[in-house]
Design a protein around this ligand. Sequence first.
Ligand code: NAD
Ligand code: TDX
Length: 349
Amino acid sequence: TTKRKNILITGGAGFIGSHVVQLFVQKYPDYNIINLDCLTYAGNLENLIEVENSPNYFFERVNILDERNLVEVFQKHQITDVIHLAAESHVDRSITDPLAFVKTNVIGTVNLLNTAKAFWEDYSEHLFYHVSTDEVYGSLDHGGFFLESTPYDPQSPYSASKASSDHFVRAYANTYKLKTVITNCSNNYGPNQFPEKLIPLCIHNIKNNKPLPVYGKGENIRDWLYVVDHARGIDVVFHQGRSGETYNIGGFNEWKNIDIVRLLCKKMDEKLGREKGSSEKLITFVKDRAGHDLRYAIDATKIKNELGWEPSLQFEEGISKTIDWYLENEDWLKNVTSGNYQKYYEEHY
Ligand code: NAD
Ligand code: TDX
């Protein structure tokens, strides 16, 4: 049996957060799960229909920049632990609007740390879990992996803001003795991902016969993990991770962008009954992303050896499931791309 906890999960209406909320609500009926999210363009309560009526699930529409509301939520729900995922998450947006990333990712995280620090009494009984990214380590050439000990070298405004938030979490652990843990994960894919990111964007565009924008020559390499495996990793680290530690999460699954786009084309031709090779004609090479990191690759040996976590899904299987999900959830895609759901929230929350 598990000890009662009231866990605040921030960013729970987003892509990864929604999978973490679903896993915790369903797996731990003794925990109360409080999803705190301000519902930016990336937050969508439709991601939570499977748990929204569960007695141990609660939703609070609050911005992490709003200190007063944060304190209220901590008091109202007697928060015992935090799993922090709320963030601005898209690198391209960080290039056009860096300050939005400083606000939510840096100041928002510090607000949350301050609230936890003031509200909790015996720090040994509470955990502040910060969810971060492999991008804080910078860009790799061909060869080598990111280890937990790799020095930080963020290259984009997004990764600089995430790196900064990681530093603040460690500083609070060191200075105030808050119990913290950080995980740095590689690129996620799967259901509920907003179609501004490479994989859902391509699925959406292939379906609608629209161009597939490949930045530069498509030679950049990312290390991909199915989102549910990330959520499982978060569960394992939350319960068994050593406080003060960092764990890298990844699937040893490196792909060149162009190869991913081709794989998506091939699978979608099959699934949509299109002539072989027809979707590949949509591939369009466009101007490269400014400061585009060449390669990310996570060494996930520590979490495997210490905590026994491993990915459960092979990439082709995960991609196939992901495509099926987007094809079966046309309304979800239509809603998030039309902005209708934003209007809905203005009226209901
Ligand atoms: P997402 O953009 O899909 O979701 C972010 C969520 O946070 C949204 O629901 C949004 O409404 C909410 N949010 C944003 N600003 C907020 C604010 N000021 N107050 C309250 N809520 C706010 O992001 P994601 O891809 O699910 O990423 C979640 C976390 O995981 C982020 O911290 C990200 O840095 C990290 N991460 C993402 C990936 C990835 O591949 N997507 C990989 C590693 C780490
Ligand atoms: O249209 C596109 N064309 C393209 O070639 C888009 C949107 C992307 N790309 C390239 C850029 C990257 O090399 O594909 C790769 C993946 O791009 P994104 O999906 O934007 O992800 P990335 O920039 O790698 O960052 C992601 O992984 C780490 C998440 O968005 C971050 O939140 C996470 O921390």
